[in-house]
Design a protein around this ligand. Structure first.
Ligand SMILES: [Zn+2]
Length: 499
């Protein structure tokens, strides 16, 4: 494909579409789109419409995922599946998930406009439920696509906060869970699965890179640790005679932190800690807490976790408290295929020349890890801004690349590498576009001037950005006030709340 034939307007259209989808929210106050709410169903219809406009027949599967298909040049060719999810967490970020749907739609639209077909079919799966915020499910949609009704059956009687069951919500939306087996994807037809996603972390931002290649999706386990000591009167039991469950748990929490910090990329998080019958004047007798431990591969995870648990047992013994550890949740790591990593790296290096594409593991789970059970997967990360936060409205799509070049180019997503005739998958998610607008410069004072110029109408900013400049300024002030001067006025595309 010849990059010079690409229409840069498609890139701006892409950004506009993110904004349009952002309007389909369960809440007026923030961006929340949970499974099968009216906003969720409206987003599904909108995505289907864009797929059709891009030249794809569309089907909706048993869970409400919207799947568009762009046939290969010849029949009987394998399918490159691309996609991500269009549900969100509560008060989430607009780019989370939808990026991996809208980028491939833009790519297919470009092919379609030119009447080109690839040697493989392309299918784009807009997964209806990945976060699972409404029914406490995760990967419901991609799991059903891969595993059929066996994965759905145990979930159907789950209720949302209003007492509506998942089965009822599906029926109300015109979906039939019993169809899930018929809608399963046949792995034999797949060439690979490729997903574009925001990084949801600060690594690319820190490294000054706009894009990265995912090496593997982390393995993770969540355990519940129960510490039993002895409750007693806060005034009468001498310190030396206490068996304080909370003090012991506190030392264990620090042991998790210390051991993970000493062994990157291992990470450990205690997110919930409960003091049973906690009272101000009682020595805590029983405490439970969660420990979420993740690593790029299972062996690293197991070794790190066992060392942490050993430390906890040592603390328990020394403090005379009992410790029980129960596994609550486990996901296996999903390595990304080496050939897909190399192709994604080559694609990135073509638009950001001069340095090898950064490779990094994904600490967060993605639909790709479900697809990895049946086909090779590849993932490309896009930097997010605001310190790399995600699952957060400040999940900005920070595109200030090598002197801003990557920004320009990412405003024009485009296939840049053809699927080879031998069936090797395309990895072409980004492309070239003309810089017909001014980008924020690199250093903070100049950027501040640029922002003022945009506000004064002296400089032209990308359309989507121009609407957001005020919000960016506001956001940057907040960041600066929070003592994060590195975030000053660098967001090129901050979409912090609904325009
Ligand atoms: Zn996501």
């Amino acid at each position: 494909m010849d990059a010079t034939t690409f229409d840069p307007a498609a890139g701006r259209e892409f950004i506009d579409r993110v904004l349009v989808l952002g309007h389909h929210s369960d809440s007026d106050a923030h961006y929340t789109r949970t499974y099968l709410t009216p906003a969720h169903q409206a987003a599904a219809r909108q995505i289907a419409e864009w797929m059709r406009a891009a030249g794809m027949p569309v089907r909706v599967d048993a869970t409400g995922s919207v799947i568009g298909r762009y046939d290969a040049a010849a029949p009987g060719r394998p399918t490159l599946l691309m996609g991500s999810h269009f549900d969100s967490v509560r008060n989430g970020g607009k780019y989370d998930g939808v990026l991996g749907i809208l980028v491939p739609i833009a790519c297919v639209a470009a092919l379609s406009r030119r009447g080109e077909r690839l040697p493989v079919a392309v299918e784009i799966a807009a997964f209806s439920d990945e976060e699972g915020a409404r029914f406490q499910t995760s990967f419901l949609a991609s799991r059903a696509l891969v595993e059929g009704s066996a994965s759905l059956a145990p979930l159907l009687e789950r209720r949302d906060a209003d007492g509506v069951t998942l089965a009822q919500a599906m029926r109300d939306a015109g979906l039939d869970p019993a169809r899930a087996d018929g809608d399963r994807i046949d792995p034999a037809t797949l060439a690979a699965y490729v997903e574009v996603h925001i990084e949801q972390g600060p690594v690319l931002l820190d490294a000054g890179r706009a894009l990265g290649v995912v090496t593997s999706i982390a393995a993770g386990t969540r355990h519940l640790l129960k510490v039993k000591g002895e409750a007693g009167h806060a005034g009468t039991v001498p310190m030396a005679m206490r068996r304080d469950a909370l003090a012991a748990a506190a030392e264990m929490v620090l042991a998790f932190e210390e051991r993970a910090a000493a062994a990157p990329p291992l990470v450990a998080t205690v997110g919930i800690l409960k003091v049973r019958d906690g009272t101000g004047n009682v020595i805590p007798g029983e405490v439970e807490f969660t420990a979420d431990v993740r690593a790029p591969d299972g062996a690293t995870l197991a070794a790190g976790r066992e060392a942490m648990f050993a430390a906890c047992h040592e603390i328990a013994k020394r403090r005379g408290v009992a410790l029980e550890i129960a596994k609550k949740h486990e996901v296996e790591s999903a390595p990304c295929a080496a050939r897909l990593q190399d192709q994604l790296a080559a694609a990135i290096e073509r638009v950001v020349p001069g340095e090898a594409a950064m490779r990094l593991p994904s600490g967060a789970g993605h639909d790709a890890m479900i697809l990895a059970k049946v086909t090779e997967v590849g993932m490309m990360f896009v930097r997010c801004g605001a310190g790399g936060v995600s699952h957060n409205p400040a999940n900005v799509f920070l595109m200030r690349g090598v002197e801003g070049e990557a920004v320009v180019r990412l405003h024009a997503p485009q296939p840049i590498e053809e699927m080879r005739a031998d069936g090797a998958p395309v990895t072409h998610l980004i492309g070239e576009g003309d810089a017909d607008f001014a980008l924020p410069p690199r250093d903070a004072p100049a950027t501040a001037q640029w922002t003022q110029d945009v506000l004064d109408g002296k400089v032209r900013a990308p359309a989507a950005l121009a609407r957001e400049v005020t919000l960016i300024v506001e956001h940057c002030r907040t960041a600066a006030n929070a003592g994060r001067p590195g975030l000053k006025l660098v967001s090129s595309n901050a979409l912090l709340s609904k325009p």
